[in-house]
Structure formats: structure tokens, C-alpha cells
Design a protein around this ligand. Structure first.
Ligand SMILES: *[C@@H]1O[C@H](CO)[C@@H](O)[C@H](O)[C@H]1NC(C)=O
Ligand SMILES: *[C@@H]1O[C@H](CO)[C@@H](O)[C@H](O)[C@H]1NC(C)=O
Ligand SMILES: *[C@@H]1O[C@H](CO)[C@@H](O)[C@H](O)[C@H]1NC(C)=O
Ligand SMILES: *[C@@H]1O[C@H](CO)[C@@H](O)[C@H](O)[C@H]1NC(C)=O
Length: 425
């Protein structure tokens, strides 16, 4: 279909107005909200545009991630020998990781945010992430029998395992943070996520709170489906990690639970111990064998500092709003590495996070959840994810590396735990 010249001019004017308004209202309010974190969003929004394909792109500033806090040399040495440190210590400004942190500056991987709007777009299993190719992004269908299904409008969030709570937060969250406005703008647009064997209750609830109803709006994309949409909205080409995206996503979760943007540190009074039990964990191992004694120490600390001690078991909480609110009120969160620690996404900046990090004696340079084919292999690993998230969210992160036994369970050294709590200001 060709556009009439007058129509074309009208469209152009509308587009220009749209950018102007988007820039002013949206980016600038965003910008001013972000002031506290000293990282600025560049306002050089670029619009690629024609009849068939529109794209809004902008570039975020580089960011740094501080090292964890350590309460003893054992923890420090473990981290300095870890595969994470080996991978990223070359990126520390002036080679001073302890003072300057790791610098992340990759344009595609860390800084460039894109959202594309494709007329008669065709989606075919493409991986929803910053490596999304330009060709796949622009793919369209030419006749209506080419796709296996056609929606009028659809938004793509097919992040791997996005139906799980932790991957909703670490994969879909950063993409939602800049595309949620289109969920509201197009309430009839379908929302496409990866199909899993189930969908976590909290994921279903969070979508419902955003007006995306399981029964009529959420599409569980089946591998191999040729999915077409007259307007296909694609926010996939976005970094998985950047503080701005994570802060924005966190504010979005708070808004779903009707919580204000932030509260003074002193009004947060909860010390939350995140439990990992044989019932609530989907994967075996990482159980704390001397949990009772650990709890005694944590409870004692809470009492002494007038904090409310909470033992948190995610199976016992039925409403996502309650979960968000609970972690919003946290001063300190402690737990062993595991999915339930994803709740740190709801905690406010400067919450103290203590992660008990299990590792094997024979692979003592990486978390137990990392699998390497060779013992000296150095490659990215999900085991550091809560460390990274805590840095993105401006929490205060402490690591307590602890060796596991043959069943991958652990005895936490209580002397070290006490020392760590004594180090907290
Ligand atoms: C983290 O929070 C503190 C206190 O609110 C603030 O001074 C600092 O600028 C923040 N840093 C980042 C990177 O957000
Ligand atoms: C790495 O571990 C060894 C022991 O395996 C230790 O002697 C050394 O101090 C550690 N390296 C660093 C940089 O901490
Ligand atoms: C979601 O769908 C169900 C079933 O169609 C309906 O009863 C419910 O009102 C819907 N909720 C919203 C928020 O649209
Ligand atoms: C616990 O940690 C302390 C202090 O680092 C150490 O002296 C002690 O040997 C450890 N206990 C065990 C059982 O490893």
C-alpha cells in the first residue's frame, strides 16, 4: 500500500511530535527520577522510521559494579580467585578493582536500548536479547497464509524461561522497564512469552497486575510457531544489565504494589532470612545443615538492633503484592544462593544483602551452580547473578563463600557469620 503524499507528511509531523513529546515527558521525567544514582540517560534518542519499520533507540552511559564486601580474608581471596574476577578484572579503571570496580561499557551488551515497531512483523523463535539480529527484527510476512497465527498487535518478551519467577525478573524486567508504556498504550496487544511446562504463580500475577490477563492477553509461544502481527512491537534488543533499566523495573514493581518510590532507610525494619528447604526448592542441594544455629545468630542480631526478624519461605506467600511489599521493607536480606534471592529486586537501594555462596572443594573458583567442562575454564556463569543484581540495584552486597559437602549441602561457619554481622554498620 502506498501512502498519499499528504498522508505521508501528516504521518511525519505526527512522528516528530511523538518524539518531541516522548523526549520531554517521558525521558526527562525518567531522567530526573534517576538523578540520585548519578548515571545519566543520554537524550540522543534516534528514530529510524519508514512505513513498515519504526525504531526508537538510545544509548545509556557506561556503568561500574563495585566488588562485594568481605568480612574476612577467606571471602576476599575466594572472590579474587573467582572466575568472575578473572573475566572482568581487566575492565577495572586504572587496574584498581577494589577502588573503581568493574567497568561495563559494551555498546550492544550494556548500553544500547531499542524498541522496534514492525508493520506485518513475523516472529520466528528469535532469541529475545541484545544479540537480536537486524534482519530478524525487520522480518515481515507478505501474505496472510505465511504465519501460522496472526494477531492484530503483539509485543515480544520471549526471554528464555521467562515463565519462571527469576527469569521474569532478570530477563523480562529490563525490557519491560522501557516498554511497559506500550502495554498501556495498546491494551489489546497480545503479550508473547516463551511456553514452559508451567508458569510461576508470581509471574502470572505480575502480568495480571499490568493488565495482561492469562486468559485473553498472554500468549505462550510454542517453539516453531510462525507468529505474525499487523503491529509487532519488539523491545528485545536491550541490555540484560544496566542500572537504569533495573531501577526503572524496580519502580514498576513497586507501583504494582502501590508503594511509594522510596522510603528512608530507617523506616525499613525487617531482617529477612530467605529459606531454602527440601520442599520449596526445585533443585536439590544447597541446604544449610546447621540452619537452626544460623537462625539463632540472625535472630539475636535482629533483636539487638530492633529489627523484625522474618523467615521467608516463598511457598507460603500467595500474593505477589505482599511479597513486593515485604522486601520493600527490608533492611537486611540473608540467604544461600537460590532463586528466592531474586526478591532483592523489590528491596530499596542500600539494602544489605548477604549471600552465602556455596562452592565445591574441587572447583573452588566458582559457585557450585556453575558447570565447567574443564577445571580451569573461565566463562560467564549464572552463579554470580545476585551479586550483579545487587550492584545494579545499588544494594550493599556481602559474600560469604562456603564449601559444600558431597550432597552439595553446607554447614555455615558460625564464627564467620558472627564476624560478618559485627562488620555491618
Ligand atoms: C547509591 O545510593 C547512594 C545513597 O542513596 C547514593 O549516594 C549513590 O549515588 C547511589 N549510587 C548509585 C550508583 O546508584
Ligand atoms: C587464591 O587462592 C590461593 C590459595 O588457593 C591463595 O593463596 C591466594 O592468596 C588467592 N589469591 C588471591 C588473589 O587472593
Ligand atoms: C481476566 O479474564 C477473566 C476470564 O476471562 C475475567 O473473568 C477477568 O475479569 C479478567 N481480568 C481482567 C483484569 O481483565
Ligand atoms: C570457622 O571460621 C573460623 C574463622 O575463620 C576458623 O578459625 C575455623 O577454623 C572455622 N571453623 C571450621 C569448622 O571450619
Amino acid at each position: 500500500m502506498r501512502l498519499h503524499p499528504i498522508l505521508l507528511i501528516k504521518t511525519l509531523i505526527l512522528l516528530i511530535l511523538f518524539i518531541a513529546i516522548f523526549d520531554k515527558i517521558y525521558l526527562q521525567t525518567w531522567h530526573s527520577k534517576i538523578k540520585i544514582i548519578l548515571i545519566e540517560r543520554k537524550l540522543s534518542t534516534v528514530l529510524t522510521s519508514n512505513d513498515e519499520f519504526n525504531q526508537i533507540s538510545y544509548t545509556l552511559e557506561p556503568f561500574t559494579a563495585k566488588l562485594p564486601h568481605f568480612s574476612d580474608d577467606e571471602a576476599r581471596n575466594w572472590f579474587l580467585n573467582s572466575t568472575y574476577y578473572k573475566l572482568y578484572s581487566k575492565q577495572c579503571p586504572n587496574n584498581a578493582c577494589e577502588t573503581n570496580g568493574f567497568l561495563f561499557n559494551g555498546l550492544q551488551e550494556h548500553r544500547q536500548v531499542h524498541i522496534a515497531f514492525i508493520k506485518n512483523g513475523l516472529y520466528l523463535n528469535d532469541k529475545c536479547g541484545y544479540r537480536y539480529s537486524e534482519d530478524a527484527m525487520r522480518r515481515t510476512f507478505k501474505s496472510s497464509n505465511q504465519p501460522s497465527v496472526i494477531y492484530d498487535k503483539a509485543i515480544i518478551y520471549t526471554v528464555a524461561h521467562g515463565w519462571r519467577f527469576q527469569h521474569f525478573l532478570d530477563g523480562i524486567g529490563p525490557k519491560l522497564s522501557h516498554s511497559k508504556i506500550y502495554l498501556d498504550k495498546y491494551p489489546d496487544a497480545k503479550v508473547v512469552i516463551e511456553r514452559g511446562p508451567w508458569i510461576d504463580r508470581s509471574v502470572e500475577q505480575i502480568w495480571a497486575l499490568m493488565g495482561v490477563n492469562e486468559s485473553n492477553r498472554l500468549i505462550h509461544y510454542k517453539h516453531g510457531t510462525k507468529l505474525g502481527a499487523h503491529l509487532l512491537i519488539n523491545p528485545c534488543r536491550t541490555p540484560a544489565t544496566h542500572p537504569i533499566l533495573w531501577h526503572d523495573a524496580r519502580r514498576l514493581y513497586w507501583s504494582l504494589a502501590n508503594l511509594p518510590r522510596s522510603d528512608p532507610l530507617l523506616s525499613r525494619n525487617k531482617l529477612i532470612y530467605v529459606r531454602r528447604t527440601r520442599i520449596n526448592a526445585k533443585i536439590s542441594g544447597r541446604h544449610i545443615l546447621n540452619e537452626k544455629l544460623l537462625i539463632n545468630i540472625v535472630r539475636e542480631y535482629a533483636l539487638k538492633h530492633s529489627l523484625e526478624f522474618i523467615q521467608y519461605d516463598h511457598l507460603k506467600e500467595n500474593r505477589i503484592e505482599k511479597e513486593i511489599e515485604l522486601f520493600y521493607q527490608a533492611r537486611i536480606i540473608i540467604g544461600v544462593h537460590g532463586g528466592a534471592l531474586s526478591n532483592i529486586n523489590y528491596a530499596q537501594s542500600q539494602t544489605t544483602i548477604i549471600e552465602i555462596m556455596p562452592y565445591r572443594a574441587e572447583q573452588n573458583t566458582a559457585p557450585v551452580v556453575c558447570i565447567f567442562s574443564k577445571p580451569d575454564e573461565v566463562k560467564p556463569c549464572v552463579g554470580y547473578i545476585y551479586y550483579v543484581q545487587a550492584q545494579l540495584l545499588n544494594h550493599t552486597y556481602w559474600i560469604l563463600p562456603t564449601e559444600v559437602d558431597d550432597e552439595k549441602n553446607l554447614h555455615v561457619n558460625l564464627t564467620r557469620v558472627k564476624r560478618l554481622f559485627d562488620s555491618l554498620v
